[in-house]
Design a protein around this ligand. Structure first.
Ligand code: HEC
Ligand code: HEC
Ligand code: HEC
Ligand code: HEC
Ligand code: HEC
Length: 472
């Protein structure tokens, strides 16, 4: 994150140094509405703390808590799936906390997507609140509805399912409007399926991706990466749900009859937020989006399963493809290909705006053939890793200083962050194959073997991690 001459690059990570200029606190600026209109991620979501009971006045009472833990008492399976997915770690994410610790961060804004509903937020503000000192802070007041117990849930059930009814009471938004629920329900399948893009593909008022003002660049464009029928980009928003929430037949609530519903797994690039997350990736349905073939010294890479670019989202993610020749286990020649984006995050002194320099990602369905430059003879080993965070960048996060506000968000981060590389998976290996020169035999590692190795990678010292992930 970098704050430069009133210009803010919101990349959700980026490899900028943590010593960026702290904007001076200037008198309050324009309101959020004046500046940006009413984009959905500019304020926390007004999802009330309770959901009204169904069945009319007789059942009235105080309502059900909208906390994810409360929904769990009747929706056991949805809750278990959600709890293991990254949405539930959107705050308890070491990289996120380290990024928030950088001076001048617009924490209010980061939290709108990572801790999205109002009862989860210590401070309340609206679109009429004014910006203070650029975008680093927004005018806010203590939130009387704040429930500290709900901070840990991050993107909880209420983010997508709880809204205010016409009378101000909490109501559950569902896909079918069942009459069997003990809580109020309203069917709005479009709103549910369309919610993903609010956070994953924020767009400007004119529909263009990303830059919502010269001052604020938010670079997630997953929806725009999905070609429409005309091939011009921009998505059928419901498509996110189709791939990331697969259909299964089971009860929608404990003890209810079976229906066709969607699993709450949201599998992505296969890099969990903690090493033991690898143990359940397969059972949660994870499969890489990439297909790799090695033949005649050429590596063919195809994005077969992701409708969007691979990798998508955070601009720092990349695929690292390595080809090497080995003789008796010793590397005699090596070549590395990096597939991803390269950004210039701007410059504080000259006021240069953040901009993308290169994008070599694989579009949906795209095939790329790579001929590694190798010299000599030996057994050919090809491997591919999906890298979320470089060891260098992870190492720089160890020095992050957490203030009281951040410690309140996640107390354990104080002890976990100084050893981030032991706790936070940096990369997942998705392919490895060995072609023996002498015998012509081929050994292909299974995905389970590679996940187990990716898990063990956490125990390696930082130096060894660097060697395995360097791209130069
Ligand atoms: C418009 C919504 C939105 C805002 C605002 C936002 N994020 Fe994110 N953030 C996301 C989404 C969506 C993802 C998931 C994409 C991914 O995993 O690459 C994400 C992922 C992340 C990650 C994990 C990256 C990874 O590779 O796993 C970090 C760290 C992060 N954000 C930090 C921040 C910080 C710091 C801010 C404020 C400067 C911020 N985010 C603001 C939506 C947002
Ligand atoms: C990121 C958004 C999101 C979150 C978070 C989320 N859901 Fe959902 N949920 C959806 C969507 C989208 C659907 C509808 C899918 C479809 O079109 O059938 C859905 C459907 C459901 C259904 C209806 C099943 C059916 O078809 O009758 C239940 C029950 C449910 N969710 C419970 C939960 C619970 C409990 C939590 C928290 C543990 C939760 N959801 C968290 C997005 C979300
Ligand atoms: C006391 C039990 C109970 C609690 C607590 C509960 N639910 Fe439900 N919920 C049900 C039952 C029962 C159904 C009906 C299932 C069916 O139609 O077969 C249901 C249905 C739903 C549906 C489907 C709506 C549709 O369109 O058909 C959603 C979504 C949902 N609940 C979300 C939630 C969320 C989110 C929470 C927490 C805020 C929650 N529920 C808390 C029992 C509960
Ligand atoms: C309120 C904002 C928000 C909404 C709404 C939202 N997401 Fe996310 N999503 C995030 C953030 C933030 C992360 C990253 C969390 C992290 O890395 O710590 C994320 C992560 C993911 C991931 C990556 C998982 C991984 O392990 O790499 C997938 C896939 C995903 N979301 C799909 C969806 C889909 C599909 C929907 C709509 C049903 C949706 N999201 C709705 C904010 C959101
Ligand atoms: C055709 C199926 C498909 C569609 C449509 C699709 N995805 Fe994905 N998505 C995937 C697959 C497969 C992956 C895993 C890619 C990989 O191997 O890294 C993925 C990965 C992701 C990730 C993880 C990024 C990372 O590098 O870990 C996010 C976030 C995500 N998708 C969000 C979305 C959103 C938001 C939408 C809708 C705009 C969407 N996806 C539509 C299949 C799809």
């Amino acid at each position: 994150m970098v704050v430069v001459a009133g210009l803010l690059a919101l990349s959700c990570s980026g490899s900028q140094p943590s010593t960026v200029a702290v904007p001076l606190v200037t008198p309050a600026g324009p309101t959020l509405r004046d500046r940006y209109g009413d984009l959905p991620f500019l304020t926390p979501i007004d999802a009330p703390a309770t959901v009204a009971l169904s069945g009319g006045p007789g059942l009235g009472g105080p309502g059900l808590s909208a906390a994810a833990g409360a929904c769990a008492s009747c929706h056991t399976e949805n809750h278990a799936e959600w709890a293991a997915a990254t949405h539930a770690s959107a705050v308890r994410d070491l990289q996120f906390i380290a990024e928030l610790a950088k001076p001048g961060q617009p924490r209010w804004l980061c939290l709108n997507c990572h801790l999205p509903t109002l009862p989860q937020r210590a401070q309340a503000f609206t679109l009429d609140s004014r910006l203070i000192g650029g975008v680093s802070q927004v005018e806010s007041t203590p939130n009387p509805e704040f429930d500290p117990a709900r901070v840990a849930e991050g993107i909880g059930c209420a983010t997508c399912h709880v809204r205010r009814d016409a009378d101000g009471e909490g109501i559950v938004i569902g896909p079918r409007g069942t009459g069997r629920a003990p809580h109020r329900v309203r069917a709005d399948p479009e709103a549910l399926a369309g919610i993903c893009v609010n956070c994953h593909s924020p767009t400007a008022a004119d529909g263009s991706p990303i830059a919502i003002s010269p001052e604020l660049v938010c670079w997630f464009e997953t929806a725009q990466e999905i070609p429409d029928a005309a091939g011009s980009g921009s998505a059928d928003v419901a498509s996110c749900v189709a791939c990331h929430m697969p259909v299964v037949a089971r009860p929608a609530a404990d003890g209810a009859p079976d229906v066709e519903l969607r699993r709450h797994v949201w599998m992505g690039g296969g890099i969990p937020k903690y090493y033991d997350g690898y143990l359940t990736l397969r059972s949660r349905g994870w499969e890489s989006g990439l297909d790799v073939r090695v033949r005649d010294g050429q590596v063919t890479l195809t994005n077969v399963r992701a409708g969007h670019s691979l990798p998508t989202a955070d601009p720092e993610r990349f695929l690292r493809v390595e080809a090497r020749l080995e003789v008796n286990g010793a590397v005699v020649s090596r070549d590395v290909l990096r597939i991803g984006q390269i950004w210039d995050w701007g410059d504080a002194v000259s006021g240069r705006a953040a901009h993308r320099l290169a994008d070599t990602r694989l579009r949906g369905g795209e095939t790329r053939v790579w001929t590694p430059a190798l010299s000599g003879a030996g057994d050919l080993v090809v491997e591919v890793a999906h890298v979320r965070l470089t060891p260098e960048h992870a190492a720089s996060m160890k020095a992050a200083v957490l203030d009281a506000e951040l410690i309140a968000l996640w107390p354990e981060a104080q002890t976990l962050l100084p050893a981030i590389d032991e706790h936070y998976p940096l990369a997942t290996w998705i392919f490895r194959e060995r072609h023996e020169r002498a015998t012509g035999s081929v050994r292909t590692w299974t995905q389970s073997e590679l996940l187990e190795e990716s898990r063990r990678f956490g125990a390696l010292p930082l130096g060894a991690k660097r060697l395995s992930l360097e791209v130069e």
